[in-house]
Design a protein around this ligand. Structure first.
Ligand SMILES: CC(C)(COP(=O)(O)OP(=O)(O)OC[C@H]1O[C@@H](n2cnc3c(N)ncnc32)[C@H](O)[C@@H]1OP(=O)(O)O)[C@@H](O)C(=O)NCCC(=O)NCCSC(=O)C[C@H](O)C(=O)O
Ligand SMILES: [Mg+2]
Length: 291
């Protein structure tokens, strides 16, 4: 069984926890993560009902290999404290908190989850201008808290910045890149934001490929149609695996023992590439094991 930190998270599907049909459907979809949303996808008058439905859904189970997170309303909203108390007492794998802006926010969420099971992870949305300037301090909370994963919230970032969320995502590229670097520096997993164009899978796939290029572990999704293309983009392909095996085989050859740099398929290949190759093979095995 993979540990929390090395589980495949290619595809993380949000759904409003107030939507019973969507919850039932999520149990049948090949996504790696299900996020039962209590925040922006749920109207104020349905918040209490959605909270109860999310807790009941994780109690009932049926999500198989999928990790299940519940996204709470912000701690300072009128629903935040009740959401966090309910999630802390639930069987969710993780609580996802919106609009985390600082290390202090992570501390406050950690205190609110004090009574939660030790295995419950804290996942945070990176989706405010404040967070962009505090990436390093937020990620640095990981070793001393439950924090283990970030999800980019490009809709909220666009709103705060008054930027346009177009398919090329030009205004956000510096932050996406910095967020990946900050997450990697502190061992935090990181997922890309959602693509709102759920009917246009060509736009979706291009955005997912951009996220892969930036180094994200996977992407957050809003519609079942996005799951298969997302898994395909974030799974190592045949050419990647062929390269990985060629590198591993080459370093195992007697003439390459003790060497730090060799030639594989006409390219300089170093021990760091061997590490990348081994990781790729391991990721593929974990995806296969997750079923
Ligand atoms: C986006 C939607 C509102 C579209 O809904 P609709 O037009 O009704 O979709 P379909 O008719 O195509 O649905 C077909 C069937 O699939 C089920 N379905 C739809 N969406 C989901 C889902 N997310 N998970 C599971 N199942 C889903 C429908 O029930 C239909 O089933 P059936 O009738 O049996 O065939 C809708 O897709 C939706 O609500 N999506 C999720 C929205 C959401 O959760 N938003 C919040 C998270 S995104 C966010 O906040 C990002 C971040 O914070 C930021 O700032 O960027
Ligand atoms: Mg948001």
């Amino acid at each position: 069984m993979p540990t929390a930190s090395d589980r495949p998270r290619r595809s993380a599907l949000y759904l409003p926890a107030s939507n019973a049909k969507a919850i039932a459907k999520a149990r049948t979809l090949p996504c790696d993560v299900v996020i039962l949303d209590l925040e922006d996808a749920v109207a104020p008058e349905l918040k209490a009902e959605a909270r109860a439905a999310a807790v009941a859904a994780v109690e009932e189970g049926g999500f198989g290999h999928r990790e299940v997170a519940i996204r709470a309303n912000g701690i300072d909203t009128e629903w935040g404290a009740d959401d966090l108390a309910a999630i802390a007492g639930s069987k969710a794998d993780a609580v996802l908190v919106p609009k985390a802006g600082s290390a202090q926010d992570i501390r406050r969420y950690g205190e609110a989850l004090e009574k939660a099971p030790a295995a419950m992870q804290l996942w945070a949305m990176i989706e405010t201008c404040e967070a962009v300037f505090n990436l390093q301090q937020i990620a640095a909370m990981a070793p001393s808290s439950r924090l283990s994963l970030w999800i980019m919230g490009t809709n909220d970032l666009a709103k705060e910045m008054r930027a346009q969320l177009t398919p090329c995502r030009t205004p956000f590229l510096p932050f996406l890149s910095m967020a990946v670097a900050a997450a990697r520096a502190h061992g935090v997993a990181i997922l890309d934001g959602v693509c709102n164009e759920f009917r246009d899978l060509a736009v979706f796939e291009a955005e997912a490929r951009q996220g892969l290029m930036f180094g994200f572990d996977g992407k957050s999704l809003i519609h079942p149609a996005q799951v298969d293309p997302c898994n395909a983009v974030f799974s190592p392909g045949e050419a990647d695996l062929a390269w990985a095996h060629a590198v591993i085989d080459a370093f195992e050859q007697p003439e390459n023992q003790g060497k730090g740099a060799i030639r594989v398929d006409g390219k300089m290949t170093e021990l760091l590439h061997l590490e990348q190759a081994k990781r790729l093979v391991a990721v593929t095995a974990r995806i296969a094991a997750a079923g």
